[in-house]
Design a protein around this ligand. Structure first.
Ligand code: SF4
Length: 99
C-alpha cells in the first residue's frame, strides 16, 4: 500500500526536493498511511499526530512549498491538509488579484 501511494504521489510530477525525501520525519514513522488519511479532519488522532510530526520536521517549509505548487496532490504535506493548502492557494490568488 505504501509503495502504491508513494508512486501515485510522483506519477504526475517529479519527486519532492531531495531534502524532503531524505530528511522528512515522515520517512521514519511506523505508519506512513497517517499522511494519507481517508478523511483529513483535524480532530482525527492519526491526522493530528501526523500534523504534529510535520510541525517538528526540519524540511516542512520545502515540503509545503512543493505541495502548494501542486494542487493535484493530496494528503498531509508541510503540516497542512489538502483543504488547508486549497485555502492558502485561494488566499494567494486573491492577494495577486488585489495587487
Ligand atoms: S513536513 Fe511532514 S510530510 Fe513533509 S517531509 Fe516533513 S514530516 Fe513529511
Amino acid at each position: 500500500m505504501r509503495t502504491i501511494r508513494i508512486l501515485a504521489r510522483y506519477a504526475t510530477d517529479g519527486p519532492p526536493p531531495r531534502a524532503v525525501t531524505e530528511q522528512g520525519l515522515c520517512r521514519k514513522m511506523a505508519d506512513p498511511d497517517a499522511w494519507h488519511p481517508v478523511r483529513e479532519y483535524r480532530q482525527d488522532p492519526t491526522t493530528t499526530a501526523a500534523l504534529e510530526t510535520c510541525r517538528a520536521c526540519p524540511v516542512a517549509t520545502a515540503c509545503l512549498d512543493y505541495a502548494v505548487a501542486r494542487p493535484w496532490i493530496s494528503g498531509i504535506w508541510g503540516a497542512t491538509t489538502t483543504r488547508q493548502r486549497r485555502t492558502l492557494r485561494a488566499a494567494a490568488a486573491a492577494q495577486r488579484d488585489a495587487a
